[in-house]
Write a protein that binds this ligand. Structure first.
Ligand SMILES: [Fe+2]
Length: 345
């Protein structure tokens, strides 16, 4: 049930934000129909690892949430699913989606991207992967910073975000040997700067004008796009356990470019309502301090439910990054490509 006070405030915000314009060209507000992605774009082999973080010398281990499955997973997903054409055409549905994001911390918007646009994006990703493989001759080094396993040209997250070109960061194992490195993942910062065609596809996929308005309506705070990323995961197994991305107001939209319909595909997982649950956060923080675990790890989630987000290619997930989340480890031959947008104050 939507509270009248929220509706009034949200409508007031809508009037303010609807007058603002984004600068990314090619963005479309029109409803679009998605079809399944035609198939995997790459194959790779390596050994399968389990989701639990490997924390040496700990007398007490972190506790993990229960992963929802079967009918429970379907019901919890359906409760936060909204069709893209619906939120474009219906103010009531738009406000319901914003309210659900506010209360649950996560929503799924289905069919954001059309099948033909997905195919074009797949083609561009394949060309890009070829260019990375043949970087010495492909000319990629002239238009992007390449952080490859044997060639690091930039260091630190902030330098990637502030870079004046796209950054292609091939993640490697952490220097201290601890788990959660996402080793093997290709994380591309500012992919829209790689070419005009990718810039247009990124704008069409992210739908920034309406998605930004929806997120701002949800949190009643002006937000801006901080950074766009393209994640390419192929058999990535050493993924970080449940955590939050700091405690400040931050949202991400994840546009799936490949289908995720199995735990072995490495779905994004989220503990609903954890973004508003201060006691859960404090419990983890206390445990982390006592056990020398990173400040933002959600280490005490026993008794909670985590929702693995299965999605079709072309669907979008939006979540508050204050909440407990993670990407599950993938099976060796699994592939996942996701276009990510970060909204911050
Ligand atoms: Fe995160």
């Amino acid at each position: 049930m939507v509270k009248p006070v929220f509706l009034i405030a949200a409508r007031r915000l809508l009037r303010v934000f609807s007058s603002q314009r984004e600068t990314v060209p090619g963005a479309q507000d029109a409803a679009q129909q998605a079809v399944p992605f035609p198939g995997p774009f790459r194959q790779r082999t390596s050994a399968l690892a389990h989701a639990v973080s490997d924390l040496p010398n700990q007398a007490v281990q972190p506790t993990l949430p229960n992963l929802l499955s079967g009918e429970d997973r379907r019901r919890e997903t359906e409760a936060i699913r909204f069709p893209f054409d619906g939120i474009c055409c219906s103010k009531r549905l738009f406000l319901k989606a914003a309210w659900t994001l506010r209360r649950q911390g996560i929503i799924l918007i289905s069919e954001v991207l059309r099948g033909d646009q997905l195919e074009r994006f797949q083609g561009q990703i394949n060309l890009l992967l070829d260019a990375i493989t043949n970087h010495e001759t492909s000319g990629l080094e002239d238009i992007a910073y390449l952080n490859l396993p044997d060639q690091r040209v930039l260091k630190g997250y902030n330098s990637f975000v502030d870079a004046d070109r796209a950054v292609i960061n091939h993640r490697i194992k952490r220097a201290d040997g601890r788990s959660g490195s996402d080793a093997g993942m290709i994380d591309i910062f500012h992919p829209e700067r790689l070419s005009d065609e990718i810039e247009e596809l990124v704008a069409t996929s992210l739908q920034e004008p309406i998605i930004r308005r929806l997120v701002m309506t949800s949190c009643l705070t002006p937000l801006h796009v901080k950074c766009r990323n393209l994640y390419i995961n192929r058999g990535v197994q050493d993924t970080r356990s449940f955590h939050c991305d700091g405690r400040s107001l931050k949202y991400k939209s994840f546009l799936f470019l490949t289908e995720v319909n199995n735990l072995t595909d490495g779905p994004y997982c989220y503990v609903k309502r954890s973004h508003r649950d201060r006691s859960s956060w404090k419990e983890s923080r206390r445990f982390n301090l006592e056990n020398e675990i990173g400040l933002y790890e959600y280490s005490q989630l026993g008794g909670c439910d985590a929702l693995p987000m299965f999605a079709k290619a072309g669907d979008m997930v939006i979540s508050s990054q204050r909440g407990a989340h993670r990407g599950l480890p993938q099976q060796p031959d699994a592939e996942r490509a996701v276009l990510v947008n970060m909204y911050q104050r």
